[in-house]
Design a protein around this ligand. Sequence first.
Ligand code: ZN
Length: 191
Amino acid sequence: MQQLTQNIYKITNDCNVYFLDFAKKIIIDTGRPTTAAFVAKELSPKINPKKIDIVIFTHFHYDHIGNFSLFPKAVFYASQAEIDACRKDPFGAILNEEVVEKFSAKVLSIEKIEQSILASLGLEVIATPGHTAGSICIYYPAEKILFSGDTLFAHSYGRVDLPTSVPKEIMRSLLRLKKVDYKILCSGHDY
Ligand SMILES: [Zn+2]
């Protein structure tokens, strides 16, 4: 686990998992389905996964939601658009049969992310459709950190040819992010 700031950590195993060691313990994206033991081990010096309060998904691709069951006590959030897309076309939204099956009950309890909820955590949500219909980015203004999921990478941006992609929205979303005053980009992958 890499420490990015005083209370923000990154776990890398192709798909990045971020741990925000705030008053509420927050995870942003949970990683690939085969990496649960690795993620738990990486978190273990700082926290038991069972003590995570909140999990935020930037979107529902399997490599971001894969280890949701590591966090049994957490309240889960995603955008309403992502939840709707997943209800309409679970495989298209998740892209992995096995995870679709495991996630089918879980998705019913995922709550719609609201700015009012994030504000109390010192975070902001930015809707960035394109890579998927309901992709979101999370901004932490206190330290100017942008968690960009698969919308924006350091040297590229996310694919927009996937089943729930909305290619015509990506430019608008990237322009929206260009206006965000971030110093550290925490993307979903280190591409
Ligand atoms: Zn993705």
